[in-house]
Design a protein. Structure first.
Length: 451
């Protein structure tokens, strides 16, 4: 095999590889002999078919297999001999080959850069530690109590007000024709909740139990059911009952309502939940700070092909979200910003993500950080729980799609490396009022993912 490096440009390498005709012929002969051990042909005993006969019968089809295997093995050997680590699948171009002649092909490959894992014990980070005040805890209890407010039937004949709950039958029509889904019986509706079409609930304010009310509304132009979008509808509503909310109470009865032993146990549980929620936000903030430090302190070339793949992923997501916003009529483009501006911005983000991904991978490799099968299984189960009733289908999907599993593997690995760095770095705790934490965190979705 003859290997000639024809081009070196950054992380891109190009080679011309020539495999001698004799080597190709020997590989073909070896493969035919292997086939001859099992093939059955009329007039020959098993394992006794002459190679010449096998070549005449199978030579052309086997040659394609031999060439594919030869290219794979010789290209791998060329890279290993030069200690080159391909970033992506190399591109192969067959320059020339005919029976009895040398095989010549071109090999173009982008290689991974030489990344040195930094000493993470030198990294300095600040961890925000939220302090939950009694006032915030009381506000959280009040919000919970509001959700569990009880109601009682209005018996004095007074009219329904915003915040009241009405129980009604209704029947909708468009141009006098009833439409599917426009009918309901004994439906509960809190006036002012915004559950029904805009303008519907307000027209029931002032009605009493036993009243018949004709509600006229227009379906929104972006209504999910296309056959109803933008159309004027009329609903005949019969109010069966009006219920009024009782004052919210914060006592042992509220605790019992949510399955806690008493109010003190409920307060403790809410505080613990708030601590856990704030801890996640604080971790995100510290992770972003870490990635910012690593990005600033470690600048190196990255494979353009990997950047292209990351960019295409970001751009596809951006275009999909933009289209959804345009279809809903909520898209507001940034003034003076063109697609070229967006693309330049997202390409910078792509470079950052690829660079950080390579750096974190090297830190993980240097410290023998690995993702266990149990961790992957837990991630799959977490995905399955998001689709109640379809858990088995989700699990089967991941079993049949290794590529889908890899999308779960990557963020688990990244978080394990980040947690390892947190454990080794110089971390200073900074107490902050819990209510100030979200603003101090200032997270951006595009900064969150490193790889």
């Amino acid at each position: 095999m003859q290997i000639t490096e024809t081009s070196t440009e950054g992380l891109k390498r190009e080679f011309k590889i020539v495999v001698a005709a004799g080597d190709i012929e020997q590989r073909l002969q070896d493969r035919l002999v292997e086939i001859g051990k099992t093939v059955k042909l009329p007039g020959f005993r098993p394992g006794k078919v002459p190679v010449a006969v096998l070549k005449q019968r199978y030579g052309q089809s086997v040659m394609g297999e031999v060439l594919e295997e030869t290219v794979s093995q010789t290209s791998d050997k060329a890279l290993k001999e030069r200690n080159l680590r391909p970033a992506l699948q190399p591109k192969i171009t067959i320059d020339s080959f005919e029976a009895g002649q040398d095989l010549a092909y071109g090999l173009v490959v982008e290689i991974l850069p030489d990344v040195v894992a930094p000493d993470v014990t030198l990294v300095e980070l600040e961890r925000l530690t939220p302090e939950i005040s009694d006032e915030e805890l009381t506000e959280a209890l009040a919000r919970l109590a509001e959700r569990y407010r009880k109601t009682e039937a209005v018996t004095d004949g007074s009219a329904a007000e915003l915040g009241d709950v009405v129980i009604m039958d209704f029947n909708g029509s468009i141009d006098g024709v009833e439409f599917p889904g426009g009918k309901g019986e004994k439906q509960e509706l809190e006036l002012g909740s915004g559950r029904f079409i805009p303008g519907f609930e307000e027209q029931l304010v002032g009605a009493k139990a036993g009243d018949h009310v004709t509600v006229k509304v227009d379906f929104p132009a972006d209504y999910s059911a296309a056959h109803l979008a933008g159309k004027a509808a009329s609903f005949e509503c019969d109010l069966k009952e009006v219920k009024r909310k009782l004052p919210a109470v914060i006592d042992d009865s509220l605790a019992d309502e949510v399955g806690m032993e008493n109010l003190e146990a409920l307060r403790t549980a809410i505080r613990e939940q708030m601590v856990a929620d704030y801890a996640r936000v604080a971790r995100q903030k510290m992770k972003r700070d870490l990635l910012d430090k690593l990005s600033l302190d470690h600048v190196f070339d990255v494979p353009p092909g990997m950047v292209d793949i990351e960019f295409e992923s970001i751009w596809s997501q951006f275009e999909a979200e933009r289209k959804r916003a345009q279809d809903a009529g909520t898209y507001e483009p940034e003034e003076g910003k063109t697609d070229d501006d967006y693309k330049a911005e997202y390409r910078d983000i792509s470079v950052r993500r690829v660079r950080l991904g390579l750096l974190l991978a090297e830190i993980g490799k240097s410290n023998n950080i690995q993702v266990t099968q149990d961790e992957v299984n837990r991630a799959i189960m977490a995905q399955a729980r998001q689709y109640p009733g379809q858990e088995k289908a989700v699990i089967d999907y991941y079993k049949a799609n290794p590529q889908a599993v890899s999308t779960l593997h990557a963020p688990i690995y990244e978080d394990k490396v980040v947690d390892f760095i947190f454990g080794m770095a110089k971390v200073t705790d900074k107490p902050v009022p819990a209510k100030d934490l979200p603003a101090l965190a200032g997270l951006d979705d595009e900064d969150e993912a490193a790889a």
